[in-house]
Design a protein around this ligand. Sequence first.
Ligand SMILES: Nc1nc(=O)c2c([nH]1)NC[C@@H]1CN(c3ccc(C(=O)N[C@@H](CCC(=O)O)C(=O)O)cc3)CN21
Ligand SMILES: O=c1ccn([C@H]2C[C@H](O)[C@@H](COP(=O)(O)O)O2)c(=O)[nH]1
Length: 288
Amino acid sequence: MDAYSKIVRKVLDQGQVKENRTGVNTIAIAGAMFEHDMAEGFPLLTTKYVPFTLVAQELEFFIKGITDKNWLRDKNNHIWDEWCSPAKVAYGHDDETRKKMMDERELGPIYGWQWRHFGGGYQAWDKAAVPSGVDQLKNLVDTLKTNPNDRRMIVSAWNPVDIGQMALPPCHYGFQVTVINGRLNLLWNQRSVDTALGLPFNIASYGLLLTLLALESGFKPGTLVGFLGDTHIYENHVQGLTQQLERKPFSLPGIKTSSFSSIFDWQYKDTGLTGYQHHPAIRFEIAV
Ligand SMILES: Nc1nc(=O)c2c([nH]1)NC[C@@H]1CN(c3ccc(C(=O)N[C@@H](CCC(=O)O)C(=O)O)cc3)CN21
Ligand SMILES: O=c1ccn([C@H]2C[C@H](O)[C@@H](COP(=O)(O)O)O2)c(=O)[nH]1
């Protein structure tokens, strides 16, 4: 995927050093765009191994509106381990706080809650929404089926009322779907982009969501577009990314979903890759 490498190169070439809350400096640029035609294959990096199962599990967790970290952990998925709702443990970097954050399962009203229950009075991961809030994902799917020319098919995760309770304010804070000439296109907005670790996951996750929405509605998969804001590389990721850029990409994998009935019943196990050829994984340390 040339589009990803171009973004990495742009940040390496033009990025300016920037301090941030994590204590690990980044080099950052103000804005980039990612674009991929789904007809060219599934957008999973081949220049390093990306664990697609972890991406698919996280997407199921969002689609189901789950905010319990243990739902992922029970599946041996540890990508949200370090974070928790600041209403439970105030964010901090010292060892004791980090352990408390790790032990707490409550993530607060993050992505899935906003997608399915926007404005629904969040209480806790095990409490229903009272009132139930706006089911933005259901509304989007209904509109895709009844009025696909609509230009208002948007799901927003940015809810200023709830931000103080979220493990992290949404990074990818909204997405839009638009159907043009029988093809379903998905465009997402992201305010803050960890180019080495987050972006490959975000590209694959929205590529998978686009695929599922296309299956649900019968349109052909179209173009995936990401509008990226503060696009950065943590200083301890520069070496790994430089090595990654030297690798020659393989052709992109395919994606196959079995027994699809509805996006709301879909499980991560239903979807797998076909022909994923890739270079070895690269270890990047996550900034918390
Ligand atoms: N600094 C930072 N970057 C992120 O991308 C990020 C956050 N924080 N916080 C919230 C979520 C969690 N996300 C994550 C967290 C970890 C990995 C990660 O470690 N990925 C490894 C594989 C991990 C494994 O196999 O268990 C990778 O090599 O892609 C990726 C995305 C994305 N988000
Ligand atoms: O899906 C995600 C989630 C998070 N990130 C990255 C972007 C930043 O490096 C951090 C979040 O820190 P903020 O200080 O809240 O911006 O996580 C990502 O790339 N993708």
